[in-house]
Design a protein around this ligand. Sequence first.
Ligand SMILES: [Zn+2]
Length: 336
Amino acid sequence: MVRHGIGADDGSTADDRGTTRRRTLEGAAGIAAAGVIGSAGSASAADQGQTRQDGDLEDGPLFDTHCHLIPEETLGREPLSADGLVAWMDDNGIDRAVVLALDSPESYPVLASSPWILDQVEAYPDRLIPFCSIDPRTLVYGEDAVEELLERYVERGARGFGELKAGVPIDDSRAERIYELCADYGLPILFHTDEKAMIDEVGLPGLEDVVASFPEVDFLAHAHGWWAHVAADVEEADLGDYPDGEVDEPGRVPELLGRYDNLYGDLSGISGWNALTRDPAFGQAFLEAYSEQLIFGTDYIYPGQAVPQLELFERFDLERSAREAIRYRNLEDVLR
Ligand SMILES: [Zn+2]
């Protein structure tokens, strides 16, 4: 286990994420053995320490499904403005970015409220795509109050709901009322699940129930609790951690992606990168097998943050259609 300090999956220092263990064959072979894909996958560029040489990395636009704006210094991190985010996108070849609201105390020490996010992105309508969020506990004010807020956010341009990161179970009845409203308004939901927010048990039974119960809602799954389940071997402590080591047996992530086409994996954060790189050959096979349900993202949240996902298309050798799906097509689909 690799233990990290504060910051959870919202931009913890990516100290040791760049190095991954060499693997043998179990991960990719395990996926094949489980019947998820037909072959063990090609040897990955990551495995061989190579980068793509064909000069064909221009696969249409690059969309980032997970960015933030932060109004105040916190955790020793400088604030992040819309100008700062767009300058960083320009530096890194990112064409458009989803900007997520943070409306729950579990989300971040400083909130980035939905009305504030909608204000901040106005200067960049062609670059920044706002999402809104409402903490499910706001239902203490009644359903009408919550629906009125959501309607206003949608009228002001919110294209999705997130980051849903509230200290309630993922299948809490209040959260389910939020999912119903998102179904009514046609909003995809990006959620963060770990041991503190949108809480679930090992094996993700609550998440499966939610995804099965709201087939008209596209769910974008993010953070430790989700990504720990690329492997079958998950312990309670992994729900808030970055488990490392080879993926001997594929877990609930590939299983659920295979079962539900309204479920997507948000590749952002240390958790997303860890899931791809803890066992690079598994990561390669996983990206190939589920490219139609995986979405590029970074979780960029403070100036100067290291973002390993920027290497994704050099580390992993993917067919053009898979690259296009992960870079922009899947996000376009969920935004409708
Ligand atoms: Zn985030």
